[in-house]
Design a protein around this ligand. Structure first.
Ligand SMILES: *[C@@H]1O[C@H](CO)[C@@H](O)[C@H](O)[C@H]1NC(C)=O
Ligand SMILES: *[C@@H]1O[C@H](CO)[C@@H](O)[C@H](O)[C@H]1NC(C)=O
Ligand SMILES: *[C@@H]1O[C@H](CO)[C@@H](O)[C@H](O)[C@H]1NC(C)=O
Ligand SMILES: *[C@@H]1O[C@H](CO)[C@@H](O)[C@H](O)[C@H]1NC(C)=O
Ligand SMILES: *[C@@H]1O[C@H](CO)[C@@H](O)[C@H](O)[C@H]1NC(C)=O
Ligand SMILES: *[C@@H]1O[C@H](CO)[C@@H](O)[C@H](O)[C@H]1NC(C)=O
Ligand SMILES: *[C@@H]1O[C@H](CO)[C@@H](O)[C@H](O)[C@H]1NC(C)=O
Ligand SMILES: *[C@@H]1O[C@H](CO)[C@@H](O)[C@H](O)[C@H]1NC(C)=O
Ligand SMILES: *[C@@H]1O[C@H](CO)[C@@H](O)[C@H](O)[C@H]1NC(C)=O
Length: 278
């Protein structure tokens, strides 16, 4: 009795702790110098601050995708944000809130910027980005751990990712998003994810993702996992599930004995293994 009460108390504290500390995981920010700086106290700066502050509080976030504009002429600012297709709406809103604050700090004074997190991505610019496919920059991040049977792995990986490219780009829903898994051996699976911003066309999504998948041999050959991030699309694969099963995949029971995520240097704090192509 007392012990179950205590257990309940402790697990409640644990859950609160996890919820309060659920900060999005930063991956990379791109603050292109060639787009210039805005002037301090300019209309552009005011509009940018206004736009980003309303992004996080706006509840009409459409299925994890947001595009917004404010201002006129040289003060006009465009913003676009996308949450990973499987994250819950509170996690999504929290990630967009964090990204809209951090992008101002990390890309201070910059006229345009893109910032990536595990859970979401945010871009702003003085140019409209809606329905414009943007392939650059390419940010890639291999999981540092090697895979032993590379030939078998690559064959399954290719099948999985090409299937996800087709599924994500031909999605009729408001999310261009797909996840899936395949057996590499009887005791090892590979899990994949592919996503485009939903504003671009099916063909643009397909070519963006195909190029991302085509980049795997360069960034991530023989590795247990890898990510390729671009402004208009992104993909990732790992030997462990890194996305929410329930929200994303069609009914399928989670693996009971799925291997725990590797803890060594698979997090994106390991900046050394990251490659950026501008
Ligand atoms: C955006 O800002 C850059 C740099 O300040 C400027 O050269 C460009 O003309 C601007 N584009 C638009 C559409 O305002
Ligand atoms: C733009 O702002 C950044 C950071 O505030 C600064 O380092 C850089 O020199 C500025 N560039 C120009 C062209 O003013
Ligand atoms: C910007 O505006 C603030 C508040 O009005 C003012 O304190 C500051 O001096 C201004 N900075 C510049 C560079 O104009
Ligand atoms: C919230 O988003 C909706 C739909 O995108 C837009 O019409 C509205 O103006 C936004 N509100 C604010 C305060 O930005
Ligand atoms: C948004 O983020 C800021 C700074 O990170 C924080 O102070 C604020 O409480 C957050 N707002 C919400 C609604 O979570
Ligand atoms: C932006 O640029 C101005 C001058 O160009 C500089 O005084 C200010 O510190 C910069 N802001 C940030 C946040 O770096
Ligand atoms: C992975 O394999 C490469 C080349 O075969 C080797 O240099 C590297 O040390 C291996 N890394 C790990 C973490 O085992
Ligand atoms: C994948 O492996 C699991 C566990 O060994 C097995 O139950 C399942 O049938 C396999 N699936 C396929 C499609 O081969
Ligand atoms: C993992 O990262 C830690 C800290 O960044 C480093 O000390 C350690 O050597 C890394 N291990 C491997 C296998 O790369």
């Amino acid at each position: 009795m007392a012990s179950s009460g205590l257990r309940f108390f402790l697990s409640t504290i644990f859950i609160c702790f996890v919820l309060i500390n659920a900060q999005p995981t930063h991956i990379y920010d791109h603050c292109p110098p060639e787009t210039g700086n805005y002037t301090t106290n300019s209309t552009y700066q005011m509009n940018l601050n206004f736009l980003l502050s309303t992004l996080s509080t706006n509840t009409s976030l459409n299925d994890g995708f947001y595009d917004a504009t404010t201002g006129q002429n040289s003060g006009k600012v465009y913003a676009l944000a996308l949450c990973r297709g499987d994250v819950a709406s509170d996690v999504c809103a929290n990630c967009i809130n964090t990204s809209s604050h951090e992008v101002i700090q990390r890309c201070s004074n910059r006229t345009s910027a893109t910032i990536w997190y595990d859970e979401c991505m945010l871009r702003y610019s003085n140019k409209s980005m809606l329905r414009v496919m943007e392939q650059n920059p390419i940010v890639s991040m291999p999981n540092p751990n090697n895979f032993s049977d590379v030939d078998q792995y690559n064959r399954v990986l290719g099948d999985l990712m090409n299937g996800l490219v087709t599924e994500a780009s031909s999605s009729s829903s408001s999310r261009k998003f797909a996840t899936g898994e395949k057996n590499v051996t009887s005791f090892q699976k590979i899990y994949g994810l592919a996503q485009c911003t939903p504003d671009i066309s099916r063909l643009d999504c397909e070519s963006c993702l195909q190029a991302a998948v085509g980049y795997i041999p360069e960034c991530c050959f023989g590795k247990q996992g890898g990510r390729v991030l671009k402004p208009s699309c992104n993909m990732r694969y790992e030997v462990y599930p890194f996305y929410e099963y329930t929200a994303a995949a069609p009914p399928q029971s989670p693996p009971v004995n799925s291997p725990p995520p590797p803890v060594t240097n698979t997090t994106n704090t390991d900046g050394k293994s990251m490659m950026i192509i501008l």
